[in-house]
Structure formats: C-alpha cells, structure tokens
Design a protein around this ligand. Structure first.
Ligand code: UGA
Length: 423
C-alpha cells in the first residue's frame, strides 16, 4: 500500500517505520524544516528504542518531505500531528484541522484518511465535513504506543481499533495489519467509540496510578509498604500488577493532556467524571508535595547540603520532558545548586531549567559527595547505586522504588527511603 504519514513525531515516525517494515511505501510529511533536514540526512531526531536501527533497514521504502502534495499518490493518509492541551484543558485541534485542509486538494480518488492523533469525540466528523467528498473515507484509528516502547507496542499491540461504519474500508485497513498481527486483536467500532476508547484507556491508567499513589500516602501513615500492597493487589487478575507503581505522579504528553480533554468533553455534555477530575487534581498536587518533602530534608541538614537529582524525563526510555513531574519538582526545590543527571533528557531539560541546576556528564559525577540523592525517573541505569559505596552520610530518596531494598539498607552511611513506606 502507498501510505502518507502527516507529522513526524513520537507517533508518526514509529508508525511510518513499522508500516514500511511490513512492505508498504511510506512518505512522511512534516512542516518543520529543521526536523526535515535531520530526517533527510538519515537521522531520527528523537530517542526511541530501536527506531534508528529499524529506519536503517526500511530506508528504501521511506521518504521524508515537506511537500504536502506528496499525499497525491497515497491510498492511506495517516494524521499523526499533535493535539496539545489548550489553556482551558481542551485539546487544541488547530494542527489537525490545518493538516486536513492542506491534504484536501491532493487526495486521490477513494483515499482513506485515518486519524491517529488523539482527538475528542466528533473530531473525525469535522474532518469529514472539511474534506467533503463522498469517495473519501475518514476513520478513527487511535494509537496506543508508549513512548520508549513504541516499536514493541507497534509490533505487539494489545489491540488495533478501527473506527468506521464502512466495512470495505475496515477490511482494507485490517488487511494492512493482519499478516503481522493476530486477527482477534483487530476490532471495528463506530468512529465515536474509537475516539472514546483512546481517552477512556488513558484516563483509566492515569486513575490507576493516582489510586496507588493515594494508597502509598496511606501506607506511609500506617506502617504498610506500598510495594507489597501493589504486589498483593496485582495478583488478582481482575486488577493486574501493571500501572500500580507508586511514584511522583504521571507526566508526559498524553495522560495529563488526555485526562483534561476528557473532563472538558464530559463537562460540555453535562456529565460529571468525578474520578477523572480527582485524578487530575491529585496528580497535579503530588509533584508539589514531593518537592516539599525534599525541601524539608534539605532544611534538616546542617550546613550546606549537596543535593543530587536523578531523572528528568517523565519516565524511563525517553528523552521527553513534557509535563515531566521531575522538572516541576526540581523547579520547586528551594536550593542552589541542584546537581542533575538523566541518561537521555538533559538536552531537553537544559532549555527548561534555571541556572541553579548543574547538569553532570555522568551519574557518578552527579551523586559524588551528595548529602541527598532523589530518584525521580524509573531509569534502570540508576540501579548502579546498588553497587556504590558512600563515604559520608547520604540520604537516598527512592521516589520510584527501583533500588533493591535489602542492598540499600545494608550500605554503610546510607539512609534509604522509599515511597509508600513509613516516613
Ligand atoms: C501512554 C499510554 O500508556 C499509551 O498506551 C498511549 O498510547 C500513550 O500514552 C499516548 O496516548 O500516546 P506514555 O505517555 O508513553 O503512554 O507513558 P506511560 O508508559 O503510560 O507512562 C505515563 C506516566 O505514568 C509516566 O510518567 C510514568 O512514569 C507514570 N507511571 C506509569 C507511574 O507513575 N506508575 C506506573 O505504574 C506506570
């Protein structure tokens, strides 16, 4: 199939490379000249595990251009542009509607326009109205790729949702995937259901995280251990262990934006999504609560403390710092300087954080001589701390519970604190 992907970001690029690896010819269209120059020189301008390597193997099937008229050869046009959060919490649809208007004059007969961007219910109806051609099908095909694991998720999806009432269009899209993905994972719904499946899934996962974070707060007051509680709860297959890791709250470009957009949508329809509203507020407050905890520990130290923060990305496996709780926490730690290290996200964080943050070349440089070390992102790289010895008294705040507890507790000079244990 000839496919055009509009938008070369965290969704567009893995999708384009994945579809090219199925044997399709894919053109990626983007209007950012700097990004295009990098892509055209053969470099993937974002960090995503295995993506550069996959790109090398599918190069002959993939082209990058800024020329929107290139959609004219495509049987399938995938919209994968951003739908960022507006000030009122709604999804900003400016880019998706602009992309729709841009492609409209060039669409070949019977082309299919598939929306992968996360868009509010009814957006695909509006896209259809803009295109206004009976031969063009507009379908909703939400993406469920996690950053950092996007290729794994592309090749091993839990489900592929195809939102359309048009059976022959459904069959064509199903055939695109069915030689590589088990048939029972591909389902058809109407367009509105497909749009809502995406929001409901993200909001549910966000709520699951907020739930365990609240339970974690309770654990700290009653001498229970949230890791044990999550393990015990997760053994119930109806609950499941995934997304029960207590921490500093969720971040990224999806959960914060999508929970807010879902609430906005529901409010508009007069429906009270109380759980989602509470999740949004609880998650927002959490980052300030964590910063205050660190501030308290700093003030307890006599003399000038050396403070080290490990992790800037909103989660491991990515260089993305959008709505990263780590960034907000650092901004709210009242200390100068703060030493910081992240294996991938330092370039992005440099643009965001003030001069009081010193970015170190290595993990070792960051923690060297530290009085307080706070772990804010769940990078496995930080497990290197298990092998370190500490020459002076060091408080290690493991706010992602990633270190081995017995190992850390047995270390001379280390005071080891985890999230969701008695404070
Ligand atoms: C999320 C969804 O997981 C994907 O299915 C979806 O496609 C994507 O949003 C999207 O809408 O595009 P992503 O934002 O990449 O993916 O990140 P997640 O892996 O879901 O993590 C989100 C946040 O929750 C991170 O800050 C992470 O640290 C946090 N988290 C996750 C926890 O605090 N505890 C957990 O147990 C799991």
């Amino acid at each position: 199939m000839k496919i055009a992907v509009i938008g070369s970001g965290y969704v567009g690029l893995p999708t384009a490379c994945g579809l090219a690896s199925f044997g399709n010819n894919v053109v990626c269209i983007d209007n950012d000249p700097q990004k295009l120059t990098t892509l055209q020189s053969g470099i993937i301008p974002l960090y995503e595990e295995g993506l550069q390597e996959l790109y090398e193997t599918v190069k002959d099937k993939l082209t990058f251009t800024g020329d929107i008229s290139s959609v004219k050869d495509a049987e399938l046009i995938i919209l994968a542009v951003g739908t960022p959060m507006s000030d009122d919490g709604s999804a900003n649809l400016e880019y998706i509607f602009q992309a729709t208007k841009d492609i409209k004059p060039y669409l070949q007969k019977d082309a299919i326009v598939a929306t992968k961007s996360t868009v509010p219910i009814g957006t695909n109806d509006e896209i259809e109205n803009i295109i206004n051609r009976p031969d063009i099908a507009v379908i909703s095909m939400p993406e469920f790729l996690r950053e950092g694991y996007a290729l794994y998720d592309f090749f091993n999806p839990d489900r592929i949702i195809i939102g359309t009432d048009n059976i022959s269009v459904y069959n064509k899209i199903r055939d695109l995937y069915s030689s590589h993905i088990p048939a029972e994972k591909i389902i058809r719904t109407n367009r509105h259901s497909a749009e809502l499946i995406k929001y409901a899934s993200n909001a549910f996962l966000a709520t699951k995280i907020q739930f365990i974070n609240e339970i974690s707060d309770l654990c700290e007051q009653v001498d229970a251990d949230v890791s044990d509680v999550a393990a015990g709860m997760g053994m119930d297959t109806r609950i499941g262990r995934k997304f029960l890791n207590a921490g500093i709250g969720y971040g990224g470009s999806c959960f914060p934006k999508d929970t807010n957009a879902l609430k906005y949508m529901a409010d508009k329809h007069g429906v009270n999504l109380g759980l989602v509203s509470s999740t949004i507020k609880g998650n927002h407050d959490r980052r300030f609560n964590i910063a205050n905890r660190v501030n308290k520990y700093i003030s307890d130290i006599e003399g000038k403390a050396r403070v080290a923060v490990l992790g800037l990305a909103f989660k491991n496996g990515t260089d993305d710092i959008r709505y990263s709780p780590a960034i907000d926490i650092i901004k709210n730690i009242n200390h100068n300087p703060i030493y910081a290290y992240d294996p991938r996200a330092m370039d992005n964080a440099r643009k965001e954080l003030g001069p009081n943050v010193i970015f170190t070349e290595t993990l070792k440089d960051c923690i060297s001589d530290a009085d307080i070390i706070a772990i804010l992102t769940e990078w496995s790289d930080f497990k290197a701390l298990e092998k370190e010895s500490f020459a002076k008294k060091t408080l290690i705040l493991d706010y992602r519970n990633i270190l081995d507890e017995p190992t850390m507790r047995s270390k001379p000079n280390v005071i080891y604190k985890r999230i969701g244990q008695k404070i």
